[in-house]
Design a protein around this ligand. Structure first.
Ligand code: GDP
Ligand code: MG
Length: 652
């Protein structure tokens, strides 16, 4: 168990995440070819939509051996529009390798994902990639990592440049060892390189001393600290989140990948080192002798269903029964087979223990986020809560008989993606997701799965309502029924609640007519008064009276009472907002700022960085639709933006 290292690789798009992953698969012997993203053979990017777009969407997990250790590499999505994908990956990995482009430096998505990893409490290694490229600047990128990502960055592996400034070797600041790619450099260069390496080593000792009294004492006494001792002190600080080791290389040319894997083994936690947090906070986590439980963190539909499970405690054994911790209906399922994944192949295994990631094949009715466990000891592991999708489109096939297959394809995708919802309304298919790119890619995948072409409507945002103050409402409804005037009365109270959850109803009134009124009110809360469902409100149904048994009349009185309360409380219309971070060349920053202003954007911060201006702020999602295209044209293709959901706020 302490020989297992489970990590993910994250990067801004094009920084080289897939290339690095492919290299790792090749170097560890899991795959006999090096897949190339440039010709579409990369094993980790095996979905067709990804290959054609050259970006990674779905995460797959691969298990490889490195020396005495087993590495589980979980491929994370390349785009932060895939909020759910990123979040769930972060829940099942124990460490993160952050790939940064040596020319472009820290980019917007790196920063966005970095913040998520900090929130998830994950330790990080930074790999400065593409050092072979002209314009690569390790020192500047190293400084940027420390400053912009607000962490204690330390150089662990430094690039060695030859007399003409070419990337021609690597130095290990911990041990002092060096590797040259093509022979030794000229003799006069050696003292300078040694001095660089010594400076990096001294910095490591200094940081270690800050975290470790023994190392501090040795430094004060002027004694040398053995590399193993130094590594242990640094690892301890690393696991506590105290430092971020930075490494260097060029994945495309297999430079520095071996030392990166050594650092993964040396620094990342094994199961025994994991803090009791998230899924690891369940009793007995990490203990192979406890009753089995594990987390279903991905359900992929190919020709077959693949359930990716990370074992948290106990052992899962092929041929035995497991149940879902959340919903025990559906009964136990027999684990048909267990697969250990190696890139695009798998090995059948008999069982798997704590920390291990396996695929359980077959349609077992499981969904992403489910806990599966020993039937005798059901538990529920804490897993990410996903935001509700806020952007909607319709998929409209040419012919009515095609609706079914398109709907089925999207429904399969939604099983794996908790931020995707689909509903069928006659010949329309309404699909809700997190953002434009998310929905675009869902459309691509649905087209290829269903083998049907369809139109996608313009997107629209879902709106909501909330109320300002506590208030009461009452109403009567009258009708002549069989010649007799009947009346229904209803009284209720509304009260704002923090958190913005869907409105809740408490029924204090009693009797069959109270039940009728409650059913009517629940439906009303879902449709809202004007633009959408009520949120952040508690409704109390206080009394239902009158002399009628006509349900419609009771429902009418309840609806009028709710409207009465709403008008006294004050209705606020809410719409989804997003936070944005825009990077733009300095020359176009004024135009970018003006454009954001015209969209109702509130720019909170404007800073000058290495790649130009950085603008962060918030704006209503509806007014940011199509922004990526617009930004490209304003900045002649050089601008970048990360847009992330930022909850609901009053419309502007
Ligand atoms: P991802 O979007 O982060 O998965 O990035 P990719 O792995 O798809 O790489 C993006 C581009 O950068 C591809 O054209 C790669 O061939 C190229 N690339 C990746 N690593 C290196 C490197 O070390 N040096 C150079 N020069 N190019 C690289
Ligand atoms: Mg990729």
């Amino acid at each position: 168990m302490d020989r297992l290292r489970t990590f993910g690789i994250v990067a801004h798009i094009d920084a080289g995440k897939t290339t690095l992953t492919e290299r790792i698969l090749f170097d560890t012997g899991a795959q006999s070819w090096v897949g190339s993203v440039d010709d579409g053979t990369a094993a980790m990017d095996f979905m067709p939509a990804e290959r054609t777009r050259g970006i990674s969407i779905a995460s797959a997990a691969s298990r490889v051996a490195w020396g005495e250790h087993i590495l589980q590499v979980v491929d994370t999505p390349g785009h932060v529009d895939f909020v759910a994908e990123v979040e769930r990956c972060l829940r099942v990995i124990d460490g993160v390798v952050v790939v940064v482009d040596a020319v472009r430096g820290v980019e917007s998505q790196t920063r966005a994902v970095w913040q998520q990893t900090v929130a998830a409490g994950l330790p990080k290694l930074v790999f400065v990639n593409k050092l072979d490229r002209p314009g690569a600047d390790y020192k500047a990128v190293f400084r940027e990592v420390g400053e912009e990502l607000d962490c204690t960055a330390v150089e662990l592996v430094v690039p060695l440049l030859d007399e003409s400034g070419h990337f021609s070797g690597l130095g290990d600041a911990l041990t002092g060892s060096v590797q040259w790619f093509e022979g030794q450099p000229e003799a006069e260069l050696v003292p300078k390189l040694q001095a660089d390496l010594r400076a990096a080593h001294e910095r490591l000792v200094e940081v270690a001393a800050d975290h470790d009294d023994e190392v501090m004492a040795a430094v004060v006494a002027g004694d040398a600290v053995a590399p193993e001792r130094l590594r242990a002190a640094l690892r301890h600080a690393f696991l506590m989140g105290g430092l971020v080791p930075v490494l260097a290389g060029a994945a495309l040319y297999n430079r520095g990948v071996d030392w990166l894997l050594d650092a993964v083994v040396a620094f990342f936690p094994g199961v025994v080192d994991l803090p009791a947090r998230g899924i690891w906070s369940v009793r007995g986590a990490g203990d192979g002798a406890s009753p089995f439980c594990g987390l279903v963190f991905k359900v992929q539909h190919f020709e077959q269903v693949w359930n990716y499970v990370r074992v948290v405690r106990g052992r899962v054994v092929a041929g035995t029964e497991v149940v879902r911790g959340q919903r025990q209906q559906g009964g136990p399922a027999v684990v048909p087979e267990l697969w250990s994944m190696r890139a695009d192949r798998h090995d059948v295994v008999a069982s798997a223990g704590p920390g291990e990631i396996v695929v359980i094949p077959g349609d077992l009715g499981w969904r992403t986020g489910d806990t599966v466990c020993d039937p005798a000891t059901p538990v529920v592991l804490s897993f990410a809560k996903f935001p509700a999708p806020v952007l909607a489109v319709t998929f409209e096939p040419e012919r009515a008989e095609q609706v079914g297959s398109v709907y089925a394809a999207v429904r399969d995708l939604a099983i794996d993606d908790p931020t995707l919802r689909v509903a069928r309304e006659y010949d329309r298919i309404v699909v809700r997701g997190m953002g434009e790119l998310h929905l675009e890619i869902v459309a691509d995948m649905a087209r290829s799965r269903a083998g049907v072409a369809f139109r996608v409507s313009k997107p629209w945002v879902d709106r909501r309502e909330t109320l300002m103050r506590p208030a009461t409402g009452s109403a009567e409804a009258h009708a002549m029924i069989a010649g007799v005037e009947q009346v229904a009365r209803c009284e209720l109270a509304v009260e704002p609640r923090p958190g913005g959850e869907p409105a809740t109803l408490i029924v204090e009134a009693v009797g069959p007519m109270a039940t009728v009124a409650a059913v009517g009110l629940r439906a009303r809360l879902l449709t809202g008064s004007r633009v959408g469902a009520l949120h952040g409100v508690q409704v109390r149904l206080v009394a239902v009276g009158g002399d009628t048994h006509a349900e419609a009349l009771v429902e009418q009185a309840a609806a009028k009472a709710l409207e009465d309360a709403i008008s006294r409380s004050g209705l606020v219309e809410l719409e989804p907002w997003v936070s944005f971070e825009v990077l733009a060349p300095a020359a176009s920053s004024a135009a970018v700022l003006a454009d954001l202003g015209s969209r109702g954007g509130e720019v909170g911060n404007l800073a000058a960085g290495r790649m130009g201006a950085r603008l962060t702020g918030r704006a209503p999602l509806a007014r940011m639709l199509g922004y990526v295209t617009r930004l490209r044209s304003i900045t002649k293709g050089l601008g970048q933006v990360v847009i992330r959901p930022a909850g609901f706020a009053p419309s502007k």
